[in-house]
Design a protein around this ligand. Structure first.
Ligand SMILES: Nc1ncnc2c1ncn2[C@@H]1O[C@H](COP(=O)(O)OP(=O)(O)OP(=O)(O)O)[C@@H](O)[C@H]1O
Length: 273
């Protein structure tokens, strides 16, 4: 049942959604004369799958980039665990426990699946180069731990059979899964997925949906994803924000959003004043 208490709620499938992890307050983002986001507010609760959807050019990528700390809005505030988040460099955001995947896959094609996944541990590494030279034991322990974590995620996402394969040789759907593995191995509190189903066939979309649900269920990871296609996220998400021309036109559980006339019009391309 969904209620609005700050302590959270239990979903109909028995998952526990906690309090607010991240809050976007009156965010406005401009690129010169283009207003990509206009005064949008919403929150992301601990443990939930939160989707941001909207037609082309609605401002979804811009919003994801604000959440990930890559863009700094001209107006508004981003709060993480109730505290205003100052402008940060991407690596500082990553250290806060936010990981992401990209719309255009950003993997190292010449490297194996395992090595690509291991790069996801970089933000977790404490033993720097000097420490690796001077204090070999610690660096070795860290390397072993990183490898165990990488192997666990590889097993979980069912890509063991390709762990030694160079990523460049993989079909698109599997590349997307490797990207998910790399983000997940950083053990994020908040996982951001940029159009995880884009360019996939029906079977690949079904696989990806299942893995997103499993990740959320198994690791309790909070997930925010953006998606162009309304259909694919409706079954996955606990709550959905709908954007159109930089504005928020809907926000709520999938059934509520699906019945929202502004949302229907936006997807059908009906003009508004
Ligand atoms: N770096 C940028 N410089 C200038 N304008 C930009 C930039 N990024 C986005 N925009 C503009 O901001 C608006 C929102 O774009 P954005 O990419 O966030 O939308 P989107 O919903 O992700 O679209 P799509 O589904 O096509 O990826 C668009 O008008 C776009 O042209």
């Amino acid at each position: 049942m969904l209620d609005d208490t700050s302590d959270g709620y239990i979903t109909t499938d028995g998952r526990r959604i906690g309090g607010v992890l991240m809050e976007m307050r009156n965010i406005t983002l401009r690129f010169g004369g283009v207003v990509a986001i206009k005064d949008i507010s919403f929150d992301i609760r601990e443990g939930e799958i939160r989707a941001i959807i909207g037609p082309n050019g609605a401002g979804k990528s811009s919003m994801l980039n604000v959440i990930s700390g890559f863009y700094h809005p001209q107006e508004g505030e981003v709060l993480f665990e109730g505290k205003p988040r100052p402008p940060m460099k991407p690596y500082q955001v990553a250290r806060q426990g936010i990981a992401r995947t990209f719309q255009n896959i950003a993997l190292f094609n010449g490297m194996s699946v395992l090595d690509n996944v291991m790069t996801g541990r970089l933000t977790k590494m404490n033993a720097g180069l000097l420490a690796q030279g001077l204090w070999y034991g610690k660096a070795e322990r860290e390397e072993t731990e990183n490898r165990i974590k990488a192997e666990r995620v590889i097993d979980f996402l069912e890509i063991q059979h390709i762990r030694k394969t160079p990523v460049g040789r993989l079909p698109y759907g599997l590349k997307k899964r490797v990207e998910l593995a790399r983000a997940l191995v950083a053990e994020p509190r908040l996982l951001l997925l940029d159009e995880p189903m884009a360019g996939m066939n029906v079977e690949e979309k079904e696989d990806m949906s299942r893995f997103i649900l499993d990740v959320n269920d198994e690791f309790g990871t909070t997930i925010a994803l953006i998606e162009h296609d309304m259909g694919v996220v409706m079954d996955l998400s606990d709550r959905v924000v709908v954007m159109d021309y930089g504005k928020k036109i809907g926000d709520g559980p999938p059934d509520e959003v699906r019945a929202n006339q502004d949302v229907i019009d936006a997807y059908l391309g009906v003009a508004h004043d």
